[in-house]
Design a protein around this ligand. Structure first.
Ligand SMILES: Cc1cc2nc3c(=O)[nH]c(=O)nc-3n(C[C@H](O)[C@H](O)[C@H](O)COP(=O)(O)O)c2cc1C
Ligand SMILES: Nc1ncnc2c1ncn2[C@@H]1O[C@H](COP(=O)(O)OP(=O)(O)OP(=O)(O)O)[C@@H](O)[C@H]1O
Length: 175
């Protein structure tokens, strides 16, 4: 697996999943495994485009579940070919939705996998509709825990803050 920081990745074809992926929890693992499977079917490399620090940590001071090294190792274990680790800072936030679309165009995605409420670009101007104007976009159904709740980094952070680590660990699902 190759990690790209502060450099533009260029590929003739790819399948890409975009998101914070903080904790690389069981929901993320399902999304990424499915993305890797699709990339193999399409015979193109798999790419995870992620941010560090996670946007929620940057904006809301949320606890970070995995530092960048831990996140990279977990992504490697899932069979990902390339990780773009965008440094999420004041300069990055200035990039427009068009800038982001241009950057994604460099990897010629055959599929872009994002959450249903994904926003991108300065002032969160880009959304699923604008992304769909340029690439085939997919969202996955929610992976839920045994109690039926959607697994999320936010839920796991809450459990850890409440001292319920024994409930958080199965949601992270690291083995
Ligand atoms: C190029 C780029 C610029 C962004 N600029 C802003 C911004 O100005 N304000 C903001 O609240 N979020 C900004 N974001 C963050 C997104 O709103 C969002 O948190 C991020 O894409 C992570 O998606 P996720 O929440 O689905 O994991 C930007 C994201 C990207 C990719
Ligand atoms: N439980 C889940 N089931 C299916 N897909 C998920 C699940 N959790 C996250 N994803 C997907 O993983 C990608 C990255 O999501 P993100 O990092 O925003 O996760 P999150 O756990 O919802 O984070 P947060 O709670 O901090 O908002 C998105 O495509 C999102 O839809």
């Amino acid at each position: 697996m190759r990690v790209h920081q502060n450099e533009r990745l260029t590929l003739p074809g790819s399948v890409v999943a975009i998101g914070a992926f903080d904790g690389v929890h069981r929901g993320h693992q399902t999304v990424i495994s499915e993305m890797v499977r699709t990339s193999r079917l399409e015979a193109v490399p798999s790419v995870v485009y992620t941010f560090y620090p996670p946007p929620r940590a940057y904006f809301q001071g949320a606890q970070i579940l995995t530092n960048s090294d831990e996140k990279i190792q977990l992504l490697k274990d899932l069979g990902v070919d390339h990780v773009v680790l965008a440094r999420f800072d004041e300069a990055y936030l200035q990039r427009t939705a068009d800038d982001f679309i241009k950057e994604l165009s460099l990897i010629n995605p055959k599929a872009v996998i994002v959450g249903k409420d994904f926003r991108f670009g300065n002032n969160r101007a880009g959304n699923l509709t604008s992304l769909r104007g340029h690439f085939p976009v997919r969202s996955m159904n929610s992976i839920c825990c045994a109690k039926g709740e959607r697994i999320s980094s936010t839920r796991i952070r809450e459990l850890i803050l409440q001292g319920k680590k024994e409930q958080a660990l199965p949601l992270l699902g690291w083995t």
